[in-house]
Design a protein around this ligand. Structure first.
Ligand code: NAD
Length: 349
């Protein structure tokens, strides 16, 4: 059972699992961030099913567990955009915290009455983010022991959900695992996020906004590397444990934007040099300076390694957006690329 399988990472996970012959039920509420077209490559396969449901809906969850009888739950459904969490945190609290709680309870009710040999193999993976760890200085990287210190409504809601998943293991024995990954990029990414937004703005010849001075550092992970890791964590990971997933591909936002522009200059010279479109704008409130992931545990214990470098992954991503305008052009009606996440000044009374 994959929750949030119509989103960016969830759809990549569904495509990967279905192609590996796993039987997959995708549960998704279909928010603005969902796109069932991302499932077109696998939607007709007999081992794929979709159910529109909200993870906050107890009855719908109980029915899904009863009908599908999963061996594992891979929980990705979430409100995921930091900027949107700054101006509208309610949906983040509802889905990311309450929804995760409801899903854990539905999984526990189902798992408790499973035959014991199946119950032992059952897994619940809470897919989370490195943002729960807060910001790093110039050196070091997040390990699984780094204390949680989230900065945004988004990351604090994910932190709460991770604590619930761990508590359900410690208290009830439900075999939960938590994965914390760095920033993903790749195909089928909703164009509110940095990488697709840069590519699309450059193709449209519109200003490319870089927050602050662009010096914030992120550790970029190709989504197809990530979903391979998620599958392996469920197969080989130990319940009650956390696994950090990153690809040792640190870059400042400005460097990433310039790299995308350079690749576009080569493969789509119309409008080059695309770097001329870069515009520095007001920083995000509470913007964490640097994230970096130490993936040595997942590499050593799970046997996973990322395959893409930032340059190779970005090249493939740019090529995908050039070849798949029919996927992203309709989304420009849903989100036009306007600035999100700025706090309105409060008027003193
Ligand atoms: P996304 O926003 O692209 O997709 C989220 C999906 O969840 C959407 O299809 C949406 O319809 C669905 N959803 C939202 N609320 C729901 C609800 N109440 N019930 C059922 N479905 C609901 O997100 P994404 O980028 O694919 O991220 C997936 C997961 O990975 C999230 O949990 C996110 O916190 C985590 N994560 C993402 C990144 C990243 O870089 N994108 C990094 C680290 C962790």
């Amino acid at each position: 059972m994959v929750t949030g399988g119509a989103g960016f990472i969830g759809s990549a996970l569904c495509r990967h699992l279905v192609r590996s012959d796993a039987e997959v039920l995708n549960i998704d509420k279909l928010t603005y961030a969902a796109n069932l077209k991302s499932l077109d490559p696998v939607a007709a396969r007999p081992n794929y099913a979709f159910r529109e449901a909200d993870i906050c809906d107890n009855a719908a969850l109980a029915e899904a567990f009863e009908d599908f009888r999963p061996d594992a739950v891979m929980h990705l459904a979430a409100e995921s955009h930091v900027d949107r969490s700054i101006t509208g945190s309610a949906a983040f609290i509802d889905t990311n915290i309450v929804g995760t709680y409801r899903l854990l309870e539905a999984a526990r009710a189902y798992w408790q009455v499973m035959p014991s040999e199946k119950a032992e193999r059952f897994r619940f993976l809470q897919v989370s983010t490195d943002e729960v760890y807060g910001s790093l200085g110039e050196d070091g990287a997040f390990s699984e022991e780094t204390p949680y210190n989230p900065s945004s409504p988004y990351s604090s809601s994910k932190a709460a959900a991770d604590h619930l998943a761990v508590a359900w293991y410690r208290t009830y024995g439900l075999p939960t695992l938590v994965s914390n990954c760095s920033n993903n990029y790749g195909p089928y990414h909703f164009p509110e996020k940095l990488v697709p937004l840069v590519i699309i703005k450059a193709l449209e010849g519109k200003p490319i906004a870089v927050y602050g001075d662009g010096s914030n550092v992120r550790d970029w992970l190709h989504v197809e590397d990530h979903v391979r890791a998620l599958e392996l964590v469920v197969e080989r990971g130990r319940p009650g444990r956390k696994y950090n997933i990153g690809s040792r591909s640190e870059s400042t936002n400005l460097n990433l934007v310039k790299m995308a522009c350079r690749i576009l200059d080569e493969v789509h010279p119309e409008g080059a040099p695309h770097q001329r479109l870069i515009e520095f704008v007001a920083d995000r409130p509470g913007h964490d300076q640097r994230y970096a992931i130490d993936s040595s545990v997942v590499e050593r214990e799970i046997g996973w390694r990322s395959e893409e470098t930032l340059e190779s992954g970005l090249r493939r991503t740019v090529a995908w957006y050039l070849d798949n305008r029919d996927w992203w052009e309709p989304l420009r009606g849903v989100y036009r690329g306007e600035r999100l996440g700025l706090i309105e000044p409060t008027v003193a009374s």
